[in-house]
Design a protein around this ligand. Structure first.
Ligand SMILES: Nc1ncnc2c1ncn2[C@@H]1O[C@H](COP(=O)(O)OP(=O)(O)O)[C@@H](O)[C@H]1O
Ligand SMILES: [Mg+2]
Length: 207
């Protein structure tokens, strides 16, 4: 049986990295081979593309350039890391994936879903995550949490309206694909959020 492909999504400060570490522990404790990675990035080339995308000094990047850089990094990631891992029965746990492109470049920047879907089809050839955990919380709460972390990057510096469009795009995807995308209320105290993840993981193992 091929490995499972699990992605974590959500806005800035939603708790993706925190939850990813918890889920990583659960999966490893079950004796499953696991590859933990992130987007944009995850490969040598992808991490270089990530640097370009996150650098606040790059004020001249056009929206379509940003979109194609995301998919360029993703193509490298899928071919170099994700597909080979899944084929070798290794699970892949990824901090953000294509839903983030719909949310940021689509909802946030205003690029049409059709345009993004064309690139998705080209790069992914139908490959989708088996499970996506969407960490959802009010934008202001996430920004407050993320703000205590470090200097904001090019995306973290976007305005509240951008983040709200992004959040609603994520929620639209979850409403359209309830089997794949599980919404987690991450405005809850951390222990409750982690419990929600425990329940979902138990269900995944029972499949
Ligand atoms: N449920 C929670 N309640 C309170 N603080 C949280 C919760 N989840 C995460 N945090 C804190 O919020 C900050 C952002 O979390 P992080 O996992 O880095 O978010 P993301 O990776 O989605 O940007 C961290 O300082 C983390 O400890
Ligand atoms: Mg993070």
């Amino acid at each position: 049986m091929p490995g499972k492909f699990i992605t974590l999504e959500g806005g800035e400060g939603a708790g993706k990295t925190t939850c990813l570490m918890h889920l990583e522990k659960l999966i490893r404790q079950s004796g499953i081979d696991l590859c933990v990675t992130r987007e944009p990035g995850g490969t040598r080339t992808g991490e270089k593309i990530r640097e370009i995308l996150l650098d606040r000094g790059n004020i001249d990047i056009l929206d379509e350039t940003e979109l194609m850089l995301m998919f360029a990094a993703r193509s490298q990631h899928l071919n170099e890391l994700i597909r080979p891992a899944l084929a070798a029965d290794t699970w892949v746990l990824c901090d953000r994936f294509t839903d983030a492109t719909y949310a940021y470049q689509g909802g946030g920047r205003g690029i049409s879903q059709e345009r993004i879907a064309e690139l998705e089809q080209w790069v992914q050839q139908g490959l989708q995550p088996d499970l996506t955990l969407l960490l959802d919380l009010p934008v202001e709460v996430g920004l407050q949490r993320a703000g205590q972390r470090s200097t904001p990057d090019r995306f973290e510096s976007e305005n509240i309206a951008f983040m709200q469009r992004m959040r609603s795009t994520y929620l639209d995807i979850a409403a359209r694909e309830p089997d794949r995308v599980k919404i987690i209320d991450s405005s809850q105290p951390l222990e409750n959020v982690l419990l929600q993840i425990d329940h979902i993981f138990t269900d995944v193992l029972a499949e």
